[in-house]
Design a protein around this ligand. Structure first.
Ligand code: F6R
Length: 245
């Protein structure tokens, strides 16, 4: 694993954007695996700036997102499709027909997951997967579990996640109780993986995930087995990791 220790969030974002940018330049029709969450927002903003300068062309790029809330439409401002449109797709020349997010409106979970695995398969897998890291080591919506889930699956959100999300919705009933997520197996099949971490709040889980034992109780720890992972973080997030190596 290669580790880039950036001085702050902006620097980490530019570093991650540089890696994505290199991927697009080297393979204009590449398949990017994309994440939502607060961490990659700075990376997406940087990519937009380079696109606006004429340095990046997304016209042939394809993207496959990690996850989506079950039951939310693309128009719902809490859906991950909405997030991707707002934070990246609407601002670059990517063809939206080439952007994939699990279909939150598909009520049949088995069908939604099967269809998404077929989308991943038919694109020949992901060239470059972008990941954030949850405080409990989750990647996508793969939460700590007894085993590593291979393919796309439907996850029941924990009570704590549901109540944490409640502030974004009109009532508790509107808060999604389930989500669709790409499996650990699909994530591990990406040719290259970039994990972006930022802030002191991530320092303990970064150390645990990348220096601790490989266990499904810390889903990101499986990344230690991947042959091409780049960890990009700011000093705050990498501080405990750096002490441990
Ligand atoms: C979202 C996703 C999640 C986030 C993780 C970290 O698509 O994959 O696993 O990456 O929850 O979120 P932030 O970046 O908000 O700390």
């Amino acid at each position: 694993m290669r580790v880039y220790c950036a001085k702050d969030y902006e620097h980490a974002s530019r570093t991650a954007a540089n890696i994505i940018s290199a991927q697009i330049i080297m393979k204009p029709d590449c398949v990017l695996g994309l994440a939502t969450g607060s961490t990659p927002i700075g990376t997406y903003e940087q990519l937009i700036r380079w696109y606006e300068k004429g340095d990046l062309d997304f016209s042939k790029v394809k993207s496959i997102n990690l996850d989506e809330y079950k039951g939310l439409t693309a128009e719902n401002d809490q859906s991950y499709r909405y997030f991707m449109n707002t934070h990246l797709f609407d601002s670059v020349n990517i063809d939206k027909n080439n952007t994939f997010v699990p279909d939150g409106t598909e009520a049949d979970s088995e069908k939604a997951c099967r269809d998404y695995d077929e989308i991943i398969r038919s694109h020949g897998g992901v060239d470059l997967q972008i990941l954030g890291l949850g405080h409990n080591g989750h990647i996508g919506f793969n939460e700590p579990a007894d085993d590593f889930a291979k393919g796309t699956h439907c996850v029941k959100l924990t009570e704590s996640t549901i109540s944490a999300n409640a502030r974004f919705f009109a009532s508790m009933d509107d808060v999604p109780k389930e989500a669709y997520t790409m499996g650990i197996g699909s994530i591990m099949q990406a040719k290259k993986i970039v994990v972006i971490v930022s802030g002191e709040g991530k320092k303990d889980i970064v150390k645990k995930a990348f220096l601790g034992p490989i266990t499904p109780q810390v889903p990101a720890s499986v990344l230690q087995l991947h042959s091409d992972v780049i960890l990009v973080g700011d000093e705050a997030a990498l501080s405990e990791y750096n002490k441990g190596v």
